[in-house]
Design a protein around this ligand. Structure first.
Ligand SMILES: [Mg+2]
Length: 394
């Protein structure tokens, strides 16, 4: 089998808001086509125009070649060998960051091809199932601009998630730092107010995770907030400190009574080795596209298992990213939850319309994926609609 074409689709929600902090308003989708008619799809989470450039840019010498250029004509059925070739062949532009994120979309599409070629879901290419059902958590991020509205909206969504059967939810409670929403800036005590209101509303059974999106500028400030959560039973705190503050993570992870989670922006297992071994985090959160695709995400899972850490991946894009995370969860026993945006609980048109999903949420869990490959299909009309919106602004 040979790769004969690679198409990159830059997609945009026409109702996008440049002041929003959600990366689910645009996406890059790749289609890798083979001479046997099998087409694999992939996605990654970075500026979609930059992702396209990373894939389509030609190269002029051996250590800085183009990703598309390298992949055309190759046998797609050995993604691990191809990963190494693309990584080394783009080393002078890549090794980390955008080029590796873009490589991730291609790698995901290659695994989709492998599953389709064998007639099995991707997870069966990697081993035995380690679970009989998947446990998603609901990511909740109200788009409102007053604190009172935020608390009532968050409580409403969490209550709805529980009524739908979710066993876990994550609260985006960000009132300072780079991700703060319009009109929501305020003192750190607000975070605890949100968590308390949700815990009171959903009761003791539901798992609650909290994401403050890089809000704290010191370990002491983070600890002060965490120490006010006594009795609230928070499963983890996500990205309390800026991502480059590895020393801060080390100190906080050692002193915090609540697990510390981070890693959504990192690329390659090498970045995760630093985050875990030097930063000490208890929960590693690769975004499967950004880290370099399923090939590299599986290596991060192995690294975390060797160090006795949990994996809870980041996934904030379309049904493709959700399907990819579900495939990985099937063979990863130390992945207690994965991020799941049910259409009913999210604002993103791309999440709602772009794909026909295999995964059906029922009473708090999802059945193991069974369709060949990733188990997700593109809606061509939606693809064209979002592609036209992207062309209008570029
Ligand atoms: Mg986050």
């Amino acid at each position: 089998m040979k790769v004969v074409d690679i198409r990159t689709h830059v997609l945009l929600d026409p109702g996008f808001d440049v002041d929003a902090t959600s990366s689910a308003q645009d996406t890059i989708v790749v289609e890798v086509e083979t001479d046997e008619g099998i087409v694999g799809i992939g996605e990654t989470d970075l500026n979609a125009w930059i992702a396209r450039a990373c894939i389509e840019a030609p190269g002029t010498h051996t250590m800085d070649r183009g990703l598309k250029q390298m992949l055309l004509g190759q046998d797609p059925l050995d993604p691990e060998r191809l990963w190494q070739e693309l990584y080394v062949g783009s080393a002078m532009s890549g090794r980390r960051g955008a080029v590796v994120h873009a490589l991730g979309a291609l790698d995901i599409a290659l695994w989709d091809i492998c599953g389709k070629a064998r007639g099995v879901p991707c997870w069966q290419l990697w081993g035995e199932a380690t679970r009989t059902e998947l446990t998603p958590y609901a990511s909740l991020q109200p788009e409102v601009d007053s604190f009172d509205g935020y608390v009532s909206s968050m409580v409403g969504w969490a209550t709805r998630a529980r009524a739908m059967g979710f066993r876990a939810c994550k609260l985006e409670a960000t009132f300072s730092g780079p991700y703060v929403h319009k009109g929501l800036a305020g003192p750190d005590e607000r975070i605890t107010e949100v968590v308390t209101a949700v815990r009171d509303a959903v009761g003791p059974e539901m798992t609650i995770m909290v994401d403050v999106q890089y809000a704290f500028d010191s370990v002491e400030r983070a600890l002060k907030v965490i120490e006010s959560w006594d009795g609230l039973d928070v499963f983890f705190l996500e990205t309390p400190l800026w991502t480059d503050d590895v020393k801060g993570y080390a100190e906080l992870s050692a002193r915090s009574p609540v697990r510390i989670a981070a890693g959504e922006w990192l690329s390659t297992r090498h970045d995760f080795e630093v985050l875990i071994d030097e930063g000490g985090v208890q929960v590693a959160q690769p975004d499967i596209g950004r880290v370099g695709g399923l090939t590299e995400a599986r290596r991060v899972c192995d690294l975390a298992a060797n160090r006795g850490r949990l994996i809870v991946p980041h996934a904030w894009k379309t049904g493709i990213s959700v399907a990819v995370a579900a495939q990985l969860a099937m063979v990863t026993p130390h992945m207690p939850f994965f991020e799941f945006l049910p259409a009913e609980l999210c604002e993103s048109r791309l999440r709602k319309d772009l794909t026909h999903d295999e995964l059906v949420f029922h009473e708090g869990s999802l059945r193991p994926p069974q369709r060949p490959g990733l188990g997700v299909e593109l809606d061509r009309d939606a693809l064209e609609h979002f592609a036209a919106a992207a062309k209008r602004i570029a």
